[in-house]
Design a protein around this ligand. Structure first.
Ligand SMILES: *Cc1c(COP(=O)(O)O)cnc(C)c1O
Length: 431
């Protein structure tokens, strides 16, 4: 059974921008009931202030180390959010040519602060990134290195590269988002890396400039980050002794949050994290790249949905919402926990229910056996911590259109993505 919020209590939702004001749930001053009426549901709602606050937390804590924050676009790739992050001085970590195009449209001035990760870069994507003069290619195999060399040579470019090394560090997270073990598809085993760098240094169009690592996502302990960086630092020093001009260490992303109601002080966590990084990199003069995704945006967002029906099947009580797994797949895909709160805080008896969407799959659930205040048809509920890997993982499954997205800036809502229409959804199909 999942953790529950006692229905009578006004839960403390910090460090999130969501709070009850006069028993009505708000996001940075905007009333969620009004947003639902104005923009419809399901609706993603994000607080610009909350995102800014996380960026500044990292900037402050890492100020002692020369660094660039390269926001991981895949966490939430909304153009308006990318634009805002670009204005805050962030670079970007991309994993596709599509994400590069998003950066080009939303924050073109930041193209030179883009790092390109991913195990399966295609030629058109490599060419687009070379032509954009991005900061760094995080190369994940020798085969990719050869292709990159030939494309850079053909285009008259020099690709600055880091090998993404696999440090064989165990990070305690969901197996689908753990990436730092030898058995994973990511990166190059750290023991082989020195040889591959030697080969890279001989290739035309390639300039080894950094070492990169990313051990997974939603990692809440700092030790694995430190262990990985200690190994990476050792490699960087060896490479320098081999005569390579290694000036970047890319520590990846993966910094976790707390999804439940457990006390969570993100600033204290970041301080710990930054201390671990400084210990690992003490005395080595490099530019640190960080690729945070979830940490910056997850808690800034919620998915707002309306209860369609409730029903009792045998011993089970079901609450059926107008949002479904196609809008927020984390519970179905990662068994992830999201707090689910009534938007109007009324005093009602508590009830144990499965909160599910309309999609034709039993995997379409947001919570199972969750204790919430009784929910009735027409009620609005908010699924918290949906700002990362929510909309960016949305699909059209069951021919359902993507939700709309609203960004709250200085208390005012701005529609940053209109609700899709069925015409949008069907536009690419041919009869
Ligand atoms: C997904 C990913 C990130 C971001 O991970 P978060 O857990 O959202 O911080 C960073 N770097 C790479 C290479 C990734 O694949």
């Amino acid at each position: 059974m999942s953790l529950s919020i006692p229905p009578a209590a006004r839960p403390d939702l910090s460090p999130r921008p969501f709070t009850y004001a006069n028993a009505r749930l708000t996001c940075s001053g905007a009333d969620l009931t009004e947003l639902a009426e104005r923009f419809g549901t399901p609706l993603y709602v994000y607080s610009a202030d909350a995102i800014r606050e996380r960026v500044s937390m990292l900037q402050t804590e890492f100020a002692a180390v020369p660094n660039t924050l390269c926001y991981a676009v895949k966490a939430n790739s909304s153009l308006a959010i990318l634009k805002m992050l670009g204005e805050l001085g962030c670079g970007f970590d991309i994993v596709s040519g599509g994400e590069l195009e998003r950066v080009r449209r939303a924050a073109p001035q930041a193209l030179r602060q883009v790092v390109f990760s991913g195990v399966g870069k295609q030629i058109w994507e490599i060419d687009a990134a070379l032509n954009a003069d991005i900061l760094l290619f995080n190369v994940e195999s020798e085969a990719e290195l050869e292709v990159l060399s030939s494309r850079a040579t053909a285009l008259g470019k020099t690709a600055k590269i880091a090998l993404r090394v696999n440090p064989d560090v165990f990070a305690d997270t969901h197996p689908y988002i753990s990436t730092g073990l030898r058995e994973h598809k990511f990166g190059i085993a750290i023991e082989r890396a020195r040889d591959v760098y030697r080969r890279a240094a001989q290739l035309s169009g390639i300039e080894p400039a950094g070492v990169s690592v990313h051990i997974g996502s939603q990692i809440r302990a700092v030790e694995p980050f430190q262990q990985a960086l200690v190994r990476v630092r050792g490699l960087a020093e060896e490479l320098r002794s081999d005569g390579l001009n290694i000036r970047y260490i890319d520590g990846g992303g993966g910094f976790g949050i707390e999804y439940g109601v457990a006390a969570f002080d993100p600033a204290a966590r970041v301080a710990e994290y930054s201390a671990a990084v400084r210990t690992a990199l003490n005395g080595i003069n490099v530019q640190l790249l960080l690729e945070p995704g979830r940490f910056l945006v997850a808690q800034a967002g919620a998915l707002l949905t309306r209860v369609l029906y409730t029903k009792q099947n045998g011993a089970k009580h079901f609450v059926i919402t107008d949002a479904a797994m196609n809008d927020l797949i984390r519970p179905a895909l990662y068994q992830a926990h999201h707090e689910i709160l009534p938007v109007l805080h009324e005093s009602r008896a508590s009830q144990l229910a499965d909160i599910v969407g309309p999609v034709c799959e039993s995997g379409d659930f947001f919570a199972r056996d969750r204790l919430t205040p009784e929910l009735r048809s027409g009620d609005l509920v908010a699924l918290l911590d949906a700002g990362a890997y929510g909309m960016s993982l949305a699909s059209h499954y069951n021919t359902r259109v993507h939700p709309a997205e609203v960004l709250i800036e200085a208390g005012h809502p701005r529609l940053i993505r209109r609700r899709e229409t069925l015409d949008d959804l069907l536009a690419a199909e041919l009869l």
